[in-house]
Design a protein around this ligand. Structure first.
Ligand SMILES: [Zn+2]
Length: 265
């Protein structure tokens, strides 16, 4: 059979309209990360449903001979209305979906990825603008586990020294890398090998916080991060690790950075 109809439940992550008014959609479901095609025209009733961050049951028509999947029906289940109230909310949601697409849903963990981004969107919808970056960090940190990219929080990955040893902290994470280094390794690396690279510092409070994020709901993680004075440093560390995992800068984060700094100064 070269052609068949299929049904999926999942989330639209990204859409792109072509010059002709057709739409290319990225859809995450338990079965995979699908690239769907939707024909243009104002009469297409699917246009209002096939938008980023809409959870839906969809029907598609697969033409396997031409390697082509067309969206033919969508029943909207959840729209996460609260995330559409501000630029910060939408950009945070976009950063999460960009990360998912770039890592192929945590390297093929589709079910876990769908569950995590659904919970993230629900949490984001109820948050204040100033809290969006915190919950996004909790999402990124949790996402590093299925990718196997969580750094060792107990010892230096270069020399093996325990972070609980005297004078081993503050340690450092080199931007673009994914290993936590003890104080002396961080100093040595900073001076010799990558003198122009940025080293992000961390202390025992930051390590304790990172250790406890995965044990909490996103709501609890936001409260935890809000209560810690060094949360801007934690966010920098987590976002640096997320960009290392995505093998390059996340555009949505950079846009958020530019806007954030402009409005804060
Ligand atoms: Zn070391």
């Amino acid at each position: 059979m070269a052609q068949r109809n299929e049904r999926y439940r999942g989330l639209f992550l990204h859409t792109k309209d072509t010059a002709r008014g057709d739409r290319i959609l990225t859809f995450l479901c338990n079965e995979g990360l699908l690239s769907l095609f939707m024909f243009g025209g104002p009469k297409n009733s699917l246009r209002s449903a096939a938008l980023p961050f809409v959870l839906a049951d969809i029907e598609v028509y697969r033409d396997s001979r031409r390697d082509f999947i067309k969206l033919t029906g969508a029943n909207v289940l959840e729209v996460f209305d609260g995330i559409r109230k501000s630029f910060f909310h939408m950009q945070s949601a976009s950063a999460a979906s960009e990360f998912l697409i770039r890592t192929s849903a945590f390297g093929g963990e589709y079910q876990q990825a769908l569950l995590m981004i659904t919970l993230l969107l629900r949490e984001l919808a109820g948050l204040d603008e100033s809290e969006t970056r915190l919950v996004l960090s909790a999402f990124f940190w949790d996402a590093l586990y299925p990718l196997g990219l969580i750094p060792d929080l107990l010892r230096c990955e270069r020399c093996g020294r325990l972070f609980s040893e005297k004078n081993s902290l503050p340690g450092g994470l080199l931007v673009g890398e994914s290993s936590f280094l003890c104080r002396s390794c961080a100093e040595e690396y900073g001076q010799i090998r990558y003198s122009t690279s940025v080293m992000l510092p961390f202390d025992d409070k930051i390590l304790t916080c990172l250790h406890s994020i995965p044990k909490q709901s996103y709501g609890q993680a936001v409260l935890l991060l809000k209560s810690i004075p060094s949360s801007p440093d934690i966010i920098k560390i987590i976002e640096s690790l997320a960009e290392a995992a995505a093998e390059g800068p996340l555009q949505s984060l950079r846009i958020l950075d530019q806007t954030f700094y402009r409005t804060q100064i």
